[in-house]
Design a protein around this ligand. Structure first.
Ligand SMILES: NC(=O)c1ccc[n+]([C@@H]2O[C@H](COP(=O)([O-])OP(=O)(O)OC[C@H]3O[C@@H](n4cnc5c(N)ncnc54)[C@H](O)[C@@H]3O)[C@@H](O)[C@H]2O)c1
Length: 255
């Protein structure tokens, strides 16, 4: 079923072929969409260019979401090439390496600011910056993690950033809802990516999930991608402000 036939959108956060953003971009194109891939800097642009080479349905744009001028440039590019877009995907996070190990209470002021700005505020900045080119009934999604609600040693300040991101999702859903625009968060289980490997103890998290999750295995990028396609599609039209778990059921477990 071509759930996104005729729809146009942008997906931020492609670093390499393991990126959740890349899985979502590919699945969206497979579902009939035209996708602009957003890459943070020149190095990511090179890597993303290799991923889209020879494939139809993709274009590429550079954007550091911490820079409003770059978001404005993306908006101008969308206006020129598409007019409006039907969806935007935020799959972006960053924290200082030293803040993803040891004690949360040792997080520096600067580390807190960096993590919260890049991992939560960029979703708000993306929505605000692209608001005028979002079609009515557009769908926005972001990627969050269970560390927003529960303590996963090592996840630390990123858990606090994800809590903020989920709260941003709810407030944005309210603000944009009068145009039919929906805003949701997808919460994948642990997946082996560059961002995940930055968390000390990530391998242990993966082992625990494989042992205890109802499905007895971690969820895969492709499963996060298909749920994302559903959220971007008209099939999920009544869903907004939610956090949807794609984690093999791990989040329901008490032990
Ligand atoms: N991998 C996991 O286990 C997992 C689980 C749950 C949630 N997530 C979330 O999924 C999202 C994607 O992460 P991933 O695991 O695919 O790793 P990844 O390293 O492939 O992707 C992270 C992306 O964030 C981008 N980014 C960082 N700062 C940016 C900025 N200022 N502007 C624009 N882009 C910026 C990076 O360039 C990179 O493409 C993140 O929000 C992450 O927290 C990951």
């Amino acid at each position: 079923m071509n759930l996104l036939e005729g729809k146009k959108g942008i997906v931020f956060g492609v670093a390499n072929q393991r990126s959740i953003a890349w899985a979502v971009a590919e699945a969206a194109v497979d579902a009939g969409a035209t996708v602009m891939v957003g890459a943070q800097n020149e190095r990511m642009m090179e890597s993303a260019q290799k991923l889209i080479d020879g494939k139809s349905g993709f274009s590429l744009v550079q954007c550091d979401l911490n820079d409003d001028a770059q978001i404005d440039a993306v908006r101008a590019e969308i206006e020129k090439s598409h007019g409006t877009i039907d969806f935007a995907v935020h799959s972006v996070a960053y924290a200082l390496r030293e803040d993803l190990a040891g004690r949360f209470v040792d997080t520096s002021r600067e580390g807190f600011k960096v993590a919260l700005e890049t991992s939560a505020f960029t979703f708000v900045a993306m929505a605000k910056g692209l608001e005028s080119v979002l079609a009515d009934d557009a769908s926005l999604i972001t990627m969050t993690y269970l560390g927003s609600l529960r303590v996963l040693p090592g996840y630390n300040v990123m858990g606090v950033a994800k809590a903020a991101l989920e709260a941003c999702t709810r407030y944005m859903a309210y603000d944009l809802g009068d145009r039919g625009i929906r805003v949701n968060a997808v919460s994948p289980g642990p997946i082996n990516t560059v961002a995940a490997r930055g968390v000390k103890g990530f391998t242990q998290i993966l082992d625990v999930v494989s042992e205890r999750a109802p499905l007895k295995r971690p969820a895969e990028q492709s499963e996060v991608a298909t749920t994302s396609v559903w959220l971007l599609s008209d099939l999920s039209k009544g869903v907004s402000g939610q956090t949807i778990y794609v984690d093999s059921g791990y989040s329901v477990m008490g032990l």
